[in-house]
Design a protein around this ligand. Structure first.
Ligand code: MG
Length: 198
């Protein structure tokens, strides 16, 4: 089997990026209705609906920063086992952006929260394998797995779009045109990577 360099996104691929407990606490505090059903959503999409002005978003970020933003987040089904398996066979890197990157200084805290989650749930990954960057087009690898289609534009032999709320509307025709394959879960990711070895 060829050893491949594999780049894996974190939010909505390895961890469920749901910050709704904190968002709901904030909405309660300011007297707005809270979200009852948050399945399928992610923080980025909801932010645009709830916080209409930069001032509102800033006030929320101040509140958000009082908490460990990743402490209570669950892993995506099958992700931990799959990353562990791939890491044993291939050369695996997590490449992940920071949250709310318009607040550079404070966001250092969120990066620490995310790093703590990663090192707790994926302790088999060497620290050198964890890279904080949103510039995924700069990397050169055999495989990339990401839920954001814009991140699948770099120099990669196999581009896998991991199904998430924000990318469900993208058609197979559009993906075929861009040379991207969709995986609905981690079993499919492993199958696609293994097929590339045949
Ligand atoms: Mg993501």
């Amino acid at each position: 089997m060829n050893k491949k360099i594999i780049i894996i996104d974190v939010d909505d691929v390895v961890v469920e990026n749901h910050h709704f407990p904190i968002i709901n606490k904030y909405l309660e505090k300011i007297g707005k209705p809270t979200f009852k059903d948050t399945s399928g959503f992610r923080t980025n999409s909801i932010r645009k609906e709830v916080f209409k002005t930069p001032e509102e978003l800033n006030d929320f970020v101040d509140f958000f920063l009082q908490f460990d933003s990743y402490e209570k987040l669950n892993s995506i089904l099958g992700a931990i086992e799959a990353v562990k398996h791939l890491n044993g066979v291939h050369d695996v890197y997590l490449v992940t952006a920071s949250l709310f990157n318009q607040r550079t200084v404070e966001m250092g805290r969120c990066m620490v929260d995310k790093l703590r989650w990663i090192t707790t749930h994926l302790p088999f990954l060497h620290i050198d394998k964890i890279i904080f960057s949103s510039k995924k087009h700069l990397f050169n690898a055999d495989v990339i797995i990401d839920d954001k289609i814009d991140n699948l534009c770099g120099n990669y032999k196999t581009k896998i779009l991991f199904t998430a709320f924000l990318n469900k509307h993208i058609t197979k025709k559009e993906l075929d045109k861009a040379g991207i394959v969709r995986a609905d879960n981690w079993d499919e990711v492993i199958r696609i990577i293994n097929e590339g070895n045949e």
